[in-house]
Design a protein around this ligand. Structure first.
Ligand code: PEP
Ligand code: MN
Length: 260
């Protein structure tokens, strides 16, 4: 029960921090990033292996080739590792390696058949799962995805608020619509709520503001993309922070005075 345990350990001054690159690009990029994140006390690393992209032609992840690199990293550093899975085949491949936590991306949460297929493939494995909100502002669809995992007996769950897409350009890459995660919590108070300021903001200057807002609203954790050379990242270049910038941002986030 990795996520449930982390949820119990959390308090308002101690949000769970997950960080790592949008995409895993090479063994060296992964190792340098992880070593710098470990130096600042990060214990859960994210890294994209399969990347469902909105339009063809963008980098869609290195795929299975990156899985042994993760295993190698885990033998050298005291970290847990989370990756996105978007199909039962991804789960089957990933289960051959020591991956600690899986997450369901916003483009998968919209599809009940995909969610069901992933839930069925994880049944009985004991693996924890984090479920991002769907790309569209549909609370029921998000709740339904959680229920599909629960019905499959997977109860070590967290959810990730990554914002909602827009037709028009807005300040945010994905509008936060904070009322949706807040209402979600009233239905599932036992599930840890993590905020993803990287995909909401879409640009690194805005990441701290969104992260601060999430903490002010008593979110339980933050998942923040970090990259050793953000401008040259293979995906989401504009929104990734260097590990040093992440450290600075985390040190500047303010916690509330009120104790819960
Ligand atoms: C990601 O986490 O890199 C990602 C693609 O996220 P989302 O599913 O929120 O778009
Ligand atoms: Mn990304």
């Amino acid at each position: 029960m990795i996520l449930k345990k982390l949820f119990n350990k959390r308090n308002h001054k101690n949000p769970l921090i997950i960080s790592g690159p949008c995409s895993i690009e090479s063994p060296n990029q992964l190792e340098v990033t992880v070593s710098q994140l470990v130096d600042q006390g990060i214990e859960i690393i994210r890294g994209g292996v399969w990347k469902p992209r909105t339009r063809p032609g963008s980098f869609e992840g290195l795929g299975s080739i990156a899985l042994p690199w993760i295993q190698e990293i885990k033998s050298k550093y005291p970290v847990k590792f989370t990756i996105e899975v978007a199909s039962a085949e991804h789960v089957e491949e990933a289960l051959k390696y020591d991956i600690d936590i899986f997450w369901i991306g916003a483009r998968s949460t919209v599809n009940p058949f995909t969610v069901q297929e992933i839930a069925d493939s994880l049944k009985g494995t004991g693996k924890p799962v984090m479920i991002k909100n769907p790309v569209n502002a549909d609370l029921s669809l998000w709740m339904g995805a959680v229920e599909r995992f629960q019905k499959a007996g997977i109860t070590d769950l967290a959810v990730i608020h990554r914002g909602f897409s827009n037709f028009r350009d807005t300040i945010h890459r994905n509008s936060p619509l904070w009322q949706i995660p807040i209402e979600f919590r009233t239905h599932f108070p036992e599930i840890m709520m993590i905020n993803d300021p990287s995909h909401i903001s879409g640009k690194r200057e805005l990441v701290p503001l969104i992260a601060q807002k999430a903490l002010d609203l008593n979110f339980d954790g933050l998942m923040i993309e970090s990259h050793i050379d953000p401008d040259n990242a293979w995906s989401d270049a504009q929104q990734q922070l260097t590990p040093a910038a992440l450290k600075k941002m985390l040190s500047e986030l303010k916690t509330r005075k009120v104790k819960f």
